[in-house]
Design a protein. Structure first.
Length: 349
């Protein structure tokens, strides 16, 4: 890698920033099992969680803030596992300091910082990478594969729904219900996942977006969203709610020659003129939050971007579009749910 020194050879030595549930139960276990990465340090301001990190990683350095870590570091990457409001600032600081960045979704809570992240990544020859793990869920991986192998022809429409109960909180402190920490509601949470799924299926540039939202208890935190994204030759509709009596994921991908129906633990391929084909999967999409088996290919994709300049930035481009479409959705809601065109709000769009 151009500009890299010895500390960027494999295994890559890294730092976990934030040691809440997602770090403890999803990120750390997989990094510990991957011979290409080593976790040498943790940044955690909470003394209780710092002690837990030290118990699990007795040889790791423990820092109370990122500046202290940067001053004393010889690490190659950071893994940002904090609540969303801290992601963008930490990612930008780390990239400018010369670290590769592996970050929980959403990468940002506001689109305005995305150009700065792209500049920092390019200037310092570093990867800025978001954990977009849902496209590696076996059921979505199969659906995407069927589409890309032409099983239903050109995609005309996508409809995806995520139903969650009102007690769908966040981590150790229920941070998803605190807008100042979460940065937004279900649109930033499940919406981010569903937007990169749509982009992975349609493989085209969005044209416009419209959204209608409901809010949690009169707050500014949306707990139900209907989002429409239009492309040149297709459209996608997302229905996301924290108001359901059950956890469930389902949807349809319609093409000119058939349709794929998705229902939590199975999908059915309907090809025009042929009997339906059912594919069953051992786990439901709505089973849990951490999905360790979906994370393995995410880490490998991150590794691939650190090694290959030809694919570097692929994930960041995907994150850019997720952030841009979310910003359009919030603007649409403010402006009466009208369709907002994708415009040149920055040189990166």
């Amino acid at each position: 890698m151009t500009g890299d020194n010895a500390k960027y050879s494999f295994p890559l030595h890294g730092v976990l920033i934030g040691f809440g549930n997602v770090a403890r139960h999803a990120h750390l276990p997989l990094f510990l099992k991957n011979a290409h990465f080593v976790i040498d340090a943790v940044v955690e301001p909470s003394s209780k969680r710092a002690k837990l990190a030290k118990d699990l990683l007795p040889d790791a350095m423990i820092y109370s803030d990122i500046d202290q870590m940067i001053t004393n570091n010889n690490f190659a990457f950071v893994d940002i596992c904090t609540p969303p409001c801290f992601h963008a600032k930490l990612a930008l600081k780390a990239a400018k300091a010369g670290f590769h960045v592996f970050c929980e979704k959403p990468l940002v809570t506001s689109f305005e910082i995305v150009p700065k992240l792209i500049d920092a990544a390019e200037k310092h020859h570093r990867v800025v990478f978001t954990v977009n793990n849902w496209k590696h869920a076996p059921i979505f991986a199969r659906a995407i594969g069927l589409v890309h192998h032409g099983q239903i022809g050109r995609v005309q429409s996508i409809s995806l729904s995520a139903l969650r109960t009102p007690n769908s909180g966040g981590g150790l402190s229920d941070w998803r219900k605190i807008v100042e920490i979460a940065g937004g509601g279900i649109l930033l949470d499940h919406g981010w996942h569903h937007l990169y799924l749509v982009l992975s299926i349609i493989k085209d540039v969005p044209v416009s977006a419209s959204a209608k939202m409901q809010y949690l208890g009169g707050s500014h935190l949306e707990d139900e969203v209907d989002l429409m994204v239009r492309f040149k030759n297709a459209e996608a509709h997302l229905h996301l709610t924290w108001r359901s009596s059950q956890r469930q994921n389902f949807g349809n991908i319609k093409g000119e020659n058939g349709m794929i129906s998705i229902n939590d633990d199975h999908l059915i391929l309907h090809k025009n003129g042929l009997p339906p084909v059912r594919y069953d999967f051992p786990y439901t999409l709505s089973r849990s939050s951490h999905h360790l088996e979906w994370m393995k290919p995410v880490i490998e994709d991150f590794r691939r971007e650190t090694l290959d300049s030809n694919v570097r930035g692929t994930n960041l481009t995907e994150a850019k579009w997720c952030a841009h479409l979310i910003s359009l959705a919030y603007r649409s809601q403010r402006e009466g749910s009208r369709f907002i065109n994708v415009d040149s709000i920055s040189q990166y769009v």
